[in-house]
Design a protein. Structure first.
Length: 141
């Protein structure tokens, strides 16, 4: 995460769970960088919420690690999508599968940045907000 933040110089970052110790390292390295975060299924003693709804730049986001929606299985994306729709979100961000995914379903963008941990092909997503519209780009380190 630190390498991606140094590369992109974002205005904020979003953490989708698993690796709360890594989140602590990012907060220490970039103490003024705003962030939103949810806990993952591996963040056992976390005080973070499992889901979060927030507005950024006039766009409503639904954040979840994804494990509570069973996103590793096809019907799980439908369940996640329904939860995001019920929350009034335009963007549903999730993790858990460790595979990048970016697809617009109806009026909701479903986005999984993949994993940026110690893997062969670390990935992340870059979101840009312009004039009330969102652009998503999957990237690798």
């Amino acid at each position: 995460m630190i390498k991606a933040i140094e590369r992109e110089k974002p205005a904020m970052f979003l953490f989708l769970g698993d690796g709360e110790r890594d989140l602590a390292a990012v907060k220490e390295r970039f103490p003024t960088l705003p962030f939103y975060a949810v806990r993952g299924n591996c963040d056992l003693r976390s005080s973070l919420s499992s889901m979060l709804i927030c507005a950024i730049g006039g766009i409503r986001f639904f954040l979840s690690h994804g494990h509570l929606f069973q996103v590793k299985y096809e019907p799980g994306l439908d369940t996640l999508l329904a939860a995001a729709r019920e929350a009034g979100a335009s963007v549903a961000l999730f993790g858990h599968t460790h595979h990048p995914y970016c697809e617009k379903q109806g009026n909701i963008l479903l986005l999984n940045p993949g994993t940026i941990g110690r893997v062969a092909h670390p990935s992340y997503a870059l979101l840009s907000l312009e004039a009330g519209k969102i652009k998503a780009e999957l990237k690798t380190l």
